[in-house]
Structures are given as C-alpha cells and as structure tokens.
Ligand binder design. Structure first.
Ligand code: ATP
Length: 474
C-alpha cells in the first residue's frame, strides 16, 4: 500500500471515472457523490459479495429491501425524531464546523487545532420532505437516516412469511441520508450513502451461547481498559480475547471475526484494522458490550463498521408505539418473548469502498499505479487486445473472444496505443488480467493471459478461454 492522502484518493477516483463530485457542472454539492462507470462496478461488486457471504452462503439470514421514506411513526418509535440529536459546534479558534454528542461539548475539543467548541444549538440530521402534493393536506416525512428501522418495522411480516427460527438475521443494503453538519474526507462522511446492515436476533435467554465456530483471526484489539490506561492496541487472536474476557460475549467475538473475515477474503490488509470496544459512557444503556471495527484511514483510525448490541430496545419501542404484538413463541416451552438483537453489523458501503481502494493502491518500480484489487471486486475483469490493430485476423479473433466473455462479465476491448500502454492503463484501474491476441494466435489458436500483479503471462487455448477466465476471477 502506498501512503496517499484522502484528497489524492479523491483526485485519483475522479481522474479514472470511479467517483465524481455530484452536480459538479454547477459547482458541486458538499456531501454528495456520483459513481462513474468504474465506481458503479466496484460498488456493485462489493454489494454482491457482501450479499453472497451474508445471505446466500448462510442458512440463518434472509434479506429485505425497505423503502427510503416510510411512516413517520417509525422514526418516532425508534427515537430518531426526539433523540437523534447532535450539537452543531464551531471551533472558537479555527472556525472548523463539526458535531458532537450533547454530553461531549465540554469533554472534547476541535479535531483540527484542539480549540474549544462553541455550541450552535441542537440539530436533527434527518432530512425532511412532504408527502402529498397539496401543501395543507401533506404530511411531513423523513428520508431514512439508517436502514435498520425498516428491518424492525417489517419484523412481524418477515417472521410470519418465512420459516426463520431463532437465532436468525435480517440483512439489508440501501441508501441512508444524514444532513451532516460537516461532510468531509471524500466518501468517508457523506450526506447520502449506502449501508449494508444485519440485525441478528436471538432468544435473550440464550445470550451467553453461540452455536457457531468463531473464525480464528488475529487482529489489533483496543479494549476500553487499554483506552482508559492510554495503552496501545494489542495484536491477539479473537478467541484469546474472548477467553480472557476482553470481548464479553461469544456472539460478539463471532460477529467481529465473521465481518473481518469478509474483508480479509477480499484482499483487505488486516494490519490496517483494529477492533475498538466502546467506553462505558459511549455505549447505549441497554447494551452489554459494543465494538467498532476501525480502519486506519489517512486521517487516522476511524469507525468502519459498528457491531452493536441493541438488546430488544427497537422491538419494544415498535410494539409500544404500534400497539401490535411482536413477540415470538418458544417452540419448546411455549413461552412468548421479544427477541433481542445480539449483534448489528452495520457497514457503510462508501467506507468499505475506500478501504478496498486504499489497500489495493500501490506503485511499481516505474512509479506507475497498480490497483491490486481482488478480481472479484475489479470493475473490469479482462481487457482484450489485438496486438496489432490493423491486423484483420487478430482483430477478428479478439472481437470474438470479447463478445463471448462479455455475455457473463464486464470486460473491455482496447486497441489503442502500444501494448505496454494498454497494460499500464488497465493496471491502474485494477483489471486483473489482459488477454492479447498475437501472431501465434493465428497459427495455433492460443492467446496470452497476463496477470496484473506478477506481470507473468501464460498461453491458453482459445477453446478453453471461457472456462479459464471463469476460474481466474472466482
Ligand atoms: P459516525 O460516528 O462516523 O458519524 P455513526 O456511529 O453515526 O458514525 P452508525 O449510525 O453506527 O454510524 O452507522 C453505521 C455505519 O454507517 C458506520 O459505521 C459507517 O460505516 C456508516 N456511516 C454512518 N454515517 C455515515 C456518513 N455520513 N457517510 C458515510 N458512511 C456513514
């Protein structure tokens, strides 16, 4: 990994067509970003991989896709209308704008210069809108600030219509909106972003036991005690942290390991990750324990994903406000109870997007950028070139291979400039393999496949190209 700043990453993304400032034609709009032809592919590949890992490959998780605008009472019940309130603050010294929790005004200072905060009053980061075209008949509604509440408000329909049995999870990927006072650091803090979330429900009487094996992963662990004592994070196996009661519940150890494993399987560098336990006054009153997965962004370790324990707070609230019973029945004892959320892995897609880009961004000896993305995430899987553009036979073979592979994956056809230039162009955007059709192809029906990371080439029969290419990117 090369050390580049967040602004350099933003410029790179713009230059290559990954991400553009939204509305740039008119000067841009802070906190909103548009994804270009390569960005949309990377984003889609991250989402597909996340869904496959969390929904298709498991027996205990089902998915939903809730609406962005829902009944305003959902946000009343969840506490977002009354309690999702931050304090807008401005630094007395450098005028940096930020937000803090209400209780943080006195105990925190400006992250830029250490200056004292001046409170500019409370604000609710939910965007409002009106439902109904006639002003006096319309109702105020909100753009959802998180996807999670759609899972809770659909809980009864899901348990009524599927055969899920505790413990089980409900997953969702979708847009969320927050009117952040100070959107900054490129995609890290936006006003419109996507979340990939799971609410994982259990019977509260089974809180202490997790039936699943915990992947044995080593990671930097930053417990609340280490933070209080101003110690460094310690690299440790997750299973050891559980044994030593640093992580309190096996379910939390399990979900932390499962989530880290997903990042690792897609090539993220575990040396840039740490798990941080929430301090006592940071976690919700109903949570036994809460952890964040943090990533070392160029501006320091920051939250990438929360693994919160929500108790049965949300279902209790929705039951109370809707006056509908949301309890489940224990099949063995017949006892009725409200399930609890033991873990809520909640990940911002844009933050994951940045992680994969930062960890893939590297340079070769010639100082050229090589984006070493995992092939599953690469926007373009294969670039296909005729060595000589004017050679009709080479072009014909190249077009045929291109059209064949295009049926099942995103590939590109490139015949401009030298072959070295074409390799470099593709290395820079993360294309893992380039297929070249040359003189030999005409004689023996073979082509070369060049590997981005090693630059090594193999010769493959054209007949086998579909099968080989499928294997290479799986
Ligand atoms: P932060 O403290 O950074 O504002 P948060 O604790 O409010 O985040 P959550 O409400 O726990 O965040 O949201 C879950 C996840 O959604 C976060 O871990 C993050 O990955 C993502 N997320 C939250 N706010 C934003 C944002 N403004 N832009 C991009 N991603 C976000």
């Amino acid at each position: 990994m090369e050390n580049i700043s967040i602004d350099e990453m933003s410029m790179f993304c713009k230059r290559k067509g990954f991400v553009f400032p939204s509305g740039e034609l008119y000067g841009g709009l802070a906190g909103f970003w548009d994804f270009g032809p390569l960005g949309v592919e990377l984003k889609k590949n991250i989402k597909d991989s996340w869904w496959k890992y969390h929904v298709y490959q498991r027996e205990d998780i089902v998915g939903i896709d809730g609406s962005i605008i829902t009944h305003p009472k959902v946000w009343k019940a969840s506490g977002h209308v009354d309690s999702f309130v931050d304090l807008a603050v401005v630094c007395k010294k450098c005028k940096n704008k930020s937000k803090v929790d209400k209780h943080e005004l006195e105990i925190t200072s400006c992250e830029k210069c250490g200056g004292e905060w001046e409170s500019k009053g409370e604000f609710n980061p939910m965007f409002t809108t009106q439902i109904g075209p006639i002003k006096e008949d319309s109702v105020q509604a909100f753009l959802r600030p998180e996807t999670a509440q759609l899972i809770f408000s659909n809980f009864k329909q899901i348990t009524d219509t599927t055969r899920v049995k505790l413990p089980f999870g409900i997953a969702q990927i979708g847009k969320s909106f927050r009117n952040e006072i100070s959107p900054r650091n490129f995609l890290f803090r936006c006003r419109e972003f996507e979340q990939m979330e799971i609410e994982y429900f259990i019977n509260p009487s089974k809180k202490e036991t997790c039936p699943y094996e915990i992947p044995d992963l080593e990671i930097a662990i930053y417990s609340s005690e280490m933070q209080e004592k101003k110690e460094e994070a310690k690299i440790m196996k997750i299973s050891k942290a559980l044994k030593e009661k640093i992580i309190l519940l096996p379910w939390h150890a399990y979900w932390l390991a499962i989530e880290l494993q997903w990042f690792k399987s897609l090539g993220a560098n575990m040396n840039n990750f740490r798990i941080r336990q929430h301090l006592k006054d940071e976690k919700s009153h109903y949570a036994t324990d809460t952890w964040d997965i943090e990533y070392k962004f160029p501006f320091g370790f920051r939250e990438l994903q929360g693994i919160a324990d929500r108790g049965n707070y949300d279902l209790t609230q929705h039951q109370k406000v809707s006056n509908k019973n949301l309890e489940l029945k224990d099949e063995e004892t017949g006892e009725k109870f409200l399930p609890m959320v033991i873990s809520e892995p909640s990940l911002g897609l844009e933050r994951a997007f940045l992680v994969f880009l930062f960890d893939a961004y590297s340079k070769n000896q010639k100082n050229e950028i090589i984006l070493k993305l995992n092939p599953q995430l690469s926007p373009i899987k294969f670039a296909i070139f005729p060595l000589i553009k004017k050679d009709e036979e080479q072009t014909k073979i190249a077009r045929k291979i291109y059209l064949k592979l295009k049926e099942n994956m995103n590939v590109s056809y490139d015949d401009s400039g030298s072959v070295g230039r074409r390799y470099a162009r593709n290395d820079e955007i993360g294309t893992p393999y380039c297929i070249t059709i040359d003189e030999e192809s005409k004689k023996n029906n073979t082509v070369t496949i060049r590997d981005r990371n090693t630059t090594e080439q193999i010769r493959v029969s054209i007949e086998d190209i579909e099968e080989v290419s499928r294997k290479l990117i799986s």
